[in-house]
Design a protein around this ligand. Structure first.
Ligand SMILES: Cc1ncc(C[n+]2csc(CCOP(=O)(O)OP(=O)(O)O)c2C)c(N)n1
Ligand SMILES: [Mg+2]
Length: 335
């Protein structure tokens, strides 16, 4: 398989995937040491989807994310120190430590939030895209959601609305085969991408372990959306190498076999992309090591910054939680 993207982009694809992988591995460590309270949903194994999609977007395009959002946020350029500070509950976090993993947003970077409500990002992307269209802007909204979302009402309403109004939305289904422990085949009769036809938009399935395939499919959908031709659905077939969330390894669940996990791990997108860079003559032996070392430095620094960030004081616990500017609310909020 040849590499069709320019070398700097190919290298950036590797760097961002590796940054996501190592970020998530840090998060697991910090959960295990109780520095992060509660659990988080890691995207280990799914990096090629986040990176392939986000690198096909412009900086002024927007994404909506999911409960498994770290990878999307990093792929769209999120600041890893601010993310880690948020996960540690510190003032230096994206939400000053009040939101945690599933509420990280960076409006300036077009990251309209991780989201704990399954498929809630789909209608948000429609609203965003509607605003772009009304203002005459050629910007695009990409909406990530899981296979578990495709039978939700929100998903169907959003696809219909986007189609009927020809909104510039790219719906990105991360089909990792399971919604928590429910295998997709037990709840959905058809191939997921075929849902698109019912709403009159193009739909295609791509290998979600191939960052370039995801990138190319997204580029086609983005071009279409930017040109005013409306939305598309891309089903990215991928796999999470770890549990639904950090606590799963203590649960002794057996909804998937070791053989299945091993088979998918053999298709790991990150070493596969590095190998292709080498085979294409774009990388010499030392280049991956150099890139990996830079990622380690960046994350070591980010963890140090996050750990040094102060805790919020208890008497400010409700600050930044409730909107105080809504008409009719008392000036001091709810307290
Ligand atoms: C509306 C809604 N229903 C149920 C849940 C509980 N829940 C959290 S994650 C999840 C599974 C989601 O599966 P999928 O969409 O495939 O994403 P994945 O976890 O595989 O990335 C469910 C049912 C929720 N958060 N929101
Ligand atoms: Mg899933």
């Amino acid at each position: 398989m040849t590499i069709t993207v320019p070398k700097p982009l190919a290298e950036e694809m590797y760097r961002r995937m590796q940054l996501i992988r190592r970020f998530e591995e840090w998060v697991v460590k910090l959960v295990e040491s109780n520095e992060i309270a509660g659990v988080t949903h890691e995207s280990v194994g799914q990096e090629a989807v986040a990176v392939g999609v986000c690198l096909a977007l412009r900086d002024d395009d927007v994404i909506t994310s999911t409960h498994r959002g770290h990878g999307h946020i990093i792929a769209k350029g999120g600041n890893v120190a601010h993310m880690l500070a948020e996960l540690l509950g510190r003032e230096g976090g994206y939400n000053k430590g009040r939101g945690g993993s599933m509420h990280i947003a960076d409006m300036a970077l077009g990251i309209f939030g991780a989201n704990g409500i399954v498929t809630a990002g789909c209608p948000m992307a429609c609203g965003t895209a509607y605003a772009f269209k009304r203002r005459g802007q050629d910007r695009v909204a990409a909406s990530f959601f899981g296979d578990g979302g495709v039978n939700h009402g929100l998903f169907h309403e959003a696809l219909n609305l986007a189609a009927i109004w020809a909104l510039p939305v790219v719906f990105v289904c991360e089909n990792n085969g399971y919604a928590i422990t429910t295998p997709i085949a037990s709840v959905t009769k058809v191939e997921l991408y075929t849902r698109a036809a019912a709403y009159g938009m193009p739909g295609e399935a791509v290998d979600g372990m191939d960052v370039q395939a995801v990138y190319e499919a997204t580029r086609r959908a983005v071009e279409r959306a930017r040109a005013g031709a409306g939305p598309s659905l891309i089903e990215c077939r991928t796999y999470r190498f770890v549990g639904h969330y950090t606590a799963e390894r203590f649960m002794k669940l057996d909804y998937r076999s070791d053989e299945e996990i091993v088979a998918w791990r053999k298709r790991d997108a990150i070493p596969a992309w590095s190998k292709r860079l080498g085979e294409a003559g774009l990388w010499r032996a030392d280049d991956q090591r150099r890139c990996d070392a830079a990622v380690e430095r960046e994350l070591d620094q980010a963890v140090a910054i996050a750990r040094q960030s102060p805790w919020p004081s208890a008497d400010t616990a409700l600050d930044h939680v409730y909107a105080r500017t809504y008409p009719g609310l008392p000036a001091q909020g709810f307290e």
